[in-house]
Each structure stands twice: as structure tokens, then as C-alpha cells.
Design a protein around this ligand. Structure first.
Ligand SMILES: N[C@@H](CCC(=O)N[C@@H](CS)C(=O)NCC(=O)O)C(=O)O
Length: 210
């Protein structure tokens, strides 16, 4: 198995956490977003030119959430979703606030478009970036208040929602986002980041970290 990854890619970060939790020893193949390597040979693996991609034998999978669900299907223990359909839907909703509604707006290609085609300066880009995080986190904070614990986004077990939260918090800090309105998210991030599977997936400890 091979994970095509970049240390600062938060979608890759999600999959690294899942692999660690499941105890799957995949090789890491770094593809540099900084050097634009995702727009070169890598396109033959993922025509979207997005990281991560995951190779299992002859099969190459793309889209972090699809990869995580594949890992969950092939290696059900420990589970990344709770048991009941209702609880699973709640976890998916939390994960999708990040994976579908925050992260795509802050993707590298979007930021490049804002800078290149639309001529936004770095302050404007940073403001854009933080705006979408804060809007999404406000909703997620409320969802966690309804369904989360103090240690995890949902109930008392790690779930896909936590796998999405921690990388998004890392990005939020990188762009100096004010996290004080989200005390629950900050507490959950602090707790799960101490778990080995999360700590080993942090960008700064990846072999390709700059
Ligand atoms: N929905 C995709 C998003 C993947 C994605 O946006 N990856 C980023 C890195 S976190 C990327 O490769 N961006 C390249 C670009 O925007 O050009 C997933 O979850 O895998």
C-alpha cells in the first residue's frame, strides 16, 4: 500500500490518521504541492490533481473520505463511525461541514485563483481563508455542543469527525484564525492530538516536512 501525500495537505492528514488508527503500514510517497508536482506525472494517478491518493495493489483510490471509508470497510476495527444509523449520520454531517463546506473553499487552487485571476493581495486571501473556517467552525461548535463530549466530536469515541477536525484546526492556526469562539473544538483538538495515531500524522513530523 502506498499513500501519495504532502505533509501540509489536510486531506492527506485525515488519511494518515485513519491509517495510524487502523494500524495499516502504508509507504508514503511525497508529492510536493509547493513545487507543483501534483500537476505533473501524478495526474495519471489522480486526474483531479489532488492529494491524497492511495494505492492498494493495482487499485488507486482518490478523495480522502472515500479512502477513509474504504479503509473502514476493509479494516473495521477500531471503527471510525458509531453504531446506529442516526449516530453515523451525525458524524458524517460534522465531517462534511469540514470536508465539503470549509476545506474546498480554502484549497490551494482556489487561493491561487484569488491571487492570480482576481488579484487579491495576501491580506485579502488570509481574510477569505479565515472567514470560511470561522463560519464552518461556528456551526460545528454548535453541533458538538448537541452531540459531542469533551474529548471527541461525537459521543465518547473517536470518529471520522475528529479525523477532519484536527487537520482543519492545524490549518486554522497556520492562518492565525481566532479560535476563542470555539472552546469545545479547541478542547477536542487538544485531547485527540495527544493520541498516538494523531500525533504521528502531524504535518511537522512527516518525512517530507520542510
Ligand atoms: N475533496 C478532496 C480534496 C483534496 C484536496 O483538496 N487536496 C489538496 C491538498 S489538502 C490538494 O491537493 N490541492 C491541490 C490544488 O488545490 O491544486 C479530498 O478530500 O481528497
Amino acid at each position: 500500500m502506498t499513500l501519495y501525500t504532502y505533509f501540509r495537505s489536510s486531506a492527506s492528514f485525515r488519511v494518515r490518521i485513519a491509517l495510524n488508527l487502523k494500524g495499516i503500514d502504508a509507504d508514503q510517497h511525497a508529492v510536493s504541492l509547493l513545487k507543483g508536482d501534483h500537476r505533473k506525472d501524478f495526474l495519471s494517478l489522480n486526474p483531479q490533481g489532488f492529494l491524497p491518493a492511495y494505492r492498494d495493489g493495482d487499485a488507486v483510490l482518490t478523495q480522502s473520505m472515500a479512502i477513509i471509508d474504504y479503509l473502514e470497510d476493509c479494516h473495521p476495527h477500531p471503527p471510525l463511525y458509531p453504531e446506529t444509523p442516526l449516530a453515523r449520520a451525525r458524524v458524517r454531517a460534522m465531517a462534511q461541514v469540514i470536508a465539503c463546506d470549509i476545506h474546498p473553499l480554502n484549497n490551494l487552487r482556489v487561493l491561487k485563483y484569488l491571487k492570480g485571476e482576481l488579484g487579491l493581495d495576501q491580506d485579502g486571501i488570509n481574510q477569505w481563508y479565515r472567514h470560511w473556517i470561522m463560519e464552518g467552525f461556528a456551526a460545528l461548535e454548535a453541533m458538538v455542543a448537541d452531540h459531542g463530549g469533551t474529548q471527541y466530536c461525537f459521543g465518547e469515541q473517536v470518529s471520522v469527525a475528529d479525523l477532519c477536525l484536527v487537520p482543519q484546526m492545524w490549518n486554522a492556526r497556520r492562518f492565525e484564525t481566532d479560535l476563542s469562539p470555539y472552546p469545545r473544538l479547541v478542547a477536542i483538538d487538544a485531547h485527540v492530538s495527544t493520541l498516538d495515531a494523531f500525533a504521528k500524522a502531524m504535518p511537522e513530523v512527516q518525512p517530507d516536512a520542510l
